[in-house]
Design a protein around this ligand. Structure first.
Ligand SMILES: Cc1cc2nc3c(=O)[nH]c(=O)nc-3n(C[C@H](O)[C@H](O)[C@H](O)COP(=O)(O)OP(=O)(O)OC[C@H]3O[C@@H](n4cnc5c(N)ncnc54)[C@H](O)[C@@H]3O)c2cc1C
Length: 405
């Protein structure tokens, strides 16, 4: 079977794209420069991601459901607080079991995706390989790998993450800025059960999120943390002993879950924003963080990438059923139009939220709490924010509704 596309990048988005196309009978090459065995360890990626219910519907529709069952922790309530002051907002799922999202450990997601890709006869993996040249001669996209082999297909899908070299080679300059913040990420044990509640506490120094995880094998309660602090303060926090860092977390969480201790090593990421209005070129499309990277304040980056995958799969499969070439400019234009508004809206909303809550002082806090009070009383507004968390706003590709294309 001839490959319809070369996917550059075997991260969470690249592998999901390959599996989504494989589920529709479409074969691809996937090129990844690192060894995915190493990538699927906690040491490589200790993060935990909130997967929205629509992203989950897609993962199930492409056959990953049985591998993920029992490995994620449902978020049933999201509590939003301004500096631990009263007057916060609660978003609650209407029925038990109707989760707003599910927390998965990234290394487990990577393992599931990699094992499924290895088992698929429609995915040819090229691992530990760097790209030395990309050529687009009108008829095909060609990629030369470091070992001298040359891959050719009608379409190149760049899922290369924030620093996408394909994007640079095309001369696409995204709108970008650095936040003066770093996110510190880890997992903690805590005294009290989390009752499937996610906490998002906004400090003027940066947001602090406590996100529910499954209890450990020995029955200890666990949550993930994403704590955003001014960039120059992060090294000081990272140097603290586990006990000293846990004491800072106790303060930041206001004792919501009782005494905290560390359950995993800490890592820290500088935070930046980038957004490309143009995500296509001749026989090329950018997906996931290659096209857009946002502040992790609302845990939406990966979900946006999953929405790219669902839309691109539908556009390509629809076109190929009509006998069209998967690199056809009309198909790529349809994809770009479909995704443009959603990625921009989410990017601007998360950026605005971050700035709004970053304004110090009592008057700003009063305005924020007034705004949260309004949302708490207005059902339609609550519905809007909950649809965003679930990923069910806007024109939904079929896969996000759990329907095969
Ligand atoms: C602190 C933090 C917390 C986050 N929490 C959440 C959350 O809770 N929920 C959520 O939805 N999102 C979250 N995100 C965002 C999410 O992690 C990213 O959006 C997502 O990982 C992007 O995946 P990707 O596959 O597009 O890119 P990447 O993960 O960057 O993967 C790109 C892959 O491509 C490979 N590659 C690159 N160039 C080449 C090349 N030329 N040849 C071969 N291989 C190449 C790389 O080795 C890499 O494996 C968070 C982000 C941060 C920083």
């Amino acid at each position: 079977m001839a490959e319809a596309a070369i996917i550059l990048g075997g991260g969470l988005i690249g592998l999901t794209q390959a599996l989504a196309l494989a589920a529709q009978g479409v074969a691809t090459h996937v090129v990844e420069r690192f060894d995915p065995e190493a990538m699927a360890t906690r040491g490589f990626d200790g993060r935990t991601s909130a997967i929205s219910s629509s992203s989950m519907a897609m993962l199930e529709a492409i056959g990953l459901g049985p591998h993920l069952t029992g490995t994620g922790c449902a978020i049933e309530t999201i509590k939003v607080l301004d500096h631990l002051r009263p007057g916060g907002l609660d978003f609650q799922s209407e029925r038990p079991g109707d989760a707003l999202g599910t927390m998965y450990e990234n290394h487990l997601l990577r393992r599931t995706l990699f094992d499924s890709a290895k088992a698929s006869d429609r995915i040819t993996l090229h691992l530990g390989q760097d790209v030395v040249a990309r050529r687009f001669d009108g008829g095909t996209a060609q990629v030369e790998l470091a070992d001298g082999s040359v891959l050719a297909a009608p379409l190149l899908i760049a899922a290369e993450g924030r620093g996408s070299e394909t994007r640079e080679q095309l001369g696409i300059t995204p709108a970008r800025w650095q936040y003066d913040h770093s996110a510190m990420v880890s997992a903690v044990y805590h005294e009290k059960p989390h009752d499937n509640v996610a906490y998002e506490i906004f400090y003027s120094t940066g947001p602090f999120a406590l996100l529910p995880m499954l209890d450990s094998d020995d029955g200890r309660h666990r949550s993930a943390i994403v704590w955003s602090v001014p960039r120059d303060q992060a090294p000081g926090y990272m140097k603290l002993s586990d006990r000293g860092f846990a004491a800072e977390l106790d303060k930041a969480s206001g004792g919501a879950l009782g005494t905290i201790s560390m359950a995993a090593p800490r890592s820290s990421y500088p935070l930046g924003f980038h957004h490309s209005a143009r995500v296509t070129d001749q026989r090329i499309v950018l997906i996931g963080d290659a096209g857009h990277g946002i502040h992790p304040i609302a845990g939406q980056g990966l979900n946006l990438g999953f929405r790219d995958v669902a839309a691109l799969t539908e556009v390509l499969v629809d076109g190929m059923r009509l006998g069209m070439d998967p690199g056809d400019a009309q198909l790529l234009a349809r994809y770009e139009r479909w995704r443009g508004l959603d990625t921009l809206m989410v990017a601007m909303a998360t950026d605005g939220l971050n700035r709004l809550f970053g304004i110090p002082g009592k008057p700003a806090s009063a305005v924020r709490r007034f705004g949260m009070g309004l949302v708490a009383r207005a059902k339609p507004l609550q519905g809007f924010f909950m649809d965003e968390a679930r990923g069910t706003s806007g024109a939904m590709p079929k896969l996000l509704q759990g329907i095969p294309v």
